[in-house]
Design a protein around this ligand. Sequence first.
Ligand SMILES: Cc1cc2nc3c(=O)[nH]c(=O)nc-3n(C[C@H](O)[C@H](O)[C@H](O)COP(=O)(O)OP(=O)(O)OC[C@H]3O[C@@H](n4cnc5c(N)ncnc54)[C@H](O)[C@@H]3O)c2cc1C
Ligand SMILES: *[C@@H]1O[C@H](CO)[C@@H](O)[C@H](O)[C@H]1NC(C)=O
Ligand SMILES: *[C@@H]1O[C@H](CO)[C@@H](O)[C@H](O)[C@H]1NC(C)=O
Ligand SMILES: *[C@@H]1O[C@H](CO)[C@@H](O)[C@H](O)[C@H]1NC(C)=O
Ligand SMILES: *[C@@H]1O[C@H](CO)[C@@H](O)[C@H](O)[C@H]1NC(C)=O
Length: 341
Amino acid sequence: MDMTRVAVIGAGVVGLSTAVCISESIPQCSIDVISDKFTPDTTSDVAAGILIPHAYPDTPIHLQKQWFQETFDRLFAITNSSEAIDAGIHLISGWQIYRTVPHQERPFWADTVLGFRNMTESELKKFPQHVFGQAFTTVKCEALSYLPWLEKRIRGRGGQVHIRKVEDLWELHGSYDVVVNCSGLGSRELVGDLQLFPVRGQVLKVQAPWVKHFIRDGDGQAYIYPGAFNVTLGGTRQKDDWNLSPDPQNSRDILAKCRALEPSLHGAWDIKEKVGLRPSRPGVRLQKEILIRDGHRLPVVHNYGHGSGGFSVHWGTALQAGQLVKELITTLKISTSRAKL
Ligand SMILES: Cc1cc2nc3c(=O)[nH]c(=O)nc-3n(C[C@H](O)[C@H](O)[C@H](O)COP(=O)(O)OP(=O)(O)OC[C@H]3O[C@@H](n4cnc5c(N)ncnc54)[C@H](O)[C@@H]3O)c2cc1C
Ligand SMILES: *[C@@H]1O[C@H](CO)[C@@H](O)[C@H](O)[C@H]1NC(C)=O
Ligand SMILES: *[C@@H]1O[C@H](CO)[C@@H](O)[C@H](O)[C@H]1NC(C)=O
Ligand SMILES: *[C@@H]1O[C@H](CO)[C@@H](O)[C@H](O)[C@H]1NC(C)=O
Ligand SMILES: *[C@@H]1O[C@H](CO)[C@@H](O)[C@H](O)[C@H]1NC(C)=O
């Protein structure tokens, strides 16, 4: 039987969800995920995984809204199923608070999350430094469960997973019909996509099982995101900083900022430091391309550059990447009925 052979590079939330999406939507296709790092060692494993979008200046808002809606709908449905625990996905309610009233009081994603409203005076009494806030319910993903769950789905459909660093895309020519590039920050080195830059994020993962409500300072400089296993306290946003080692001063600052918002965190224990580099770009790169070298063609779909909000839009971008793979297969007539080579 002739199958279209697809390689997906990258095993973060973007690569794995794209692989699942392709295997669900394109029949007669075999998928290999190729990556030098897997969970728990990707950037995606450091993230809190909460679904609150970050705007990409170069991506049209209607598209960002669609990606977020598709991601939210998919994950909301999983929270409402018996798979929820395995997948590590749950609903979470909380507050986004501001020291001054923001210019845009109603973000583009307000109608997608559940029960979005202004905070009341009595809720704001908890935060004497803050004058305004919004309350809503959204979804949180536990990467430590969600990534293995996605991987299991890929294997369940016959896909394979290979630990390997790809130095040059052309290494895959001949072995695969289409290559999907979900290598996150790796694309900078591989390609020389100089629009891509790291935004360093340090967080603390602590035990504080009584904290159930998320709190996010509107500027994103301080946040408290309770999860199934730990509470994530953040954070930092250091542009062009490649340092993956935890900085003790960053940790002290994070603890101080978060305790100011939630004093009960003085009782938190088992404090672990984590650092990740957000693969940032003015816009997500979602594009098909046919590379040509010495008369050979290599069809590629790019899906990288999700910056600070990869979890929030991953399923929407995976759907679009899957669609681009389908288009490439059609236009190149790499069909399942092609003659055996
Ligand atoms: C502290 C922190 C908190 C965050 N919190 C949130 C949040 O709450 N909500 C949210 O939506 N987002 C959050 N993010 C952002 C989110 O983590 C990213 O947007 C997302 O993880 C990007 O996923 P990715 O799959 O593109 O990248 P990655 O997870 O970095 O995966 C890239 C993959 O590509 C592989 N790779 C790279 N180069 C090569 C190569 N040459 N050959 C083979 N494999 C290669 C890597 O090994 C890796 O498996 C946070 C980020 C940080 C740092
Ligand atoms: C939640 O589950 C119930 C029962 O299976 C179903 O009727 C309902 O449509 C689901 N809602 C969502 C949002 O998935
Ligand atoms: C929410 O608060 C803002 C700022 O005070 C105000 O402009 C807006 O009308 C409020 N929205 C609702 C629905 O009350
Ligand atoms: C990702 O895309 C870039 C840009 O086209 C390319 O140079 C690079 O080789 C690709 N990386 C992988 C791993 O496919
Ligand atoms: C979070 O807590 C779980 C369960 O206690 C633990 O297995 C995991 O390693 C913790 N994660 C981090 C980053 O500390």
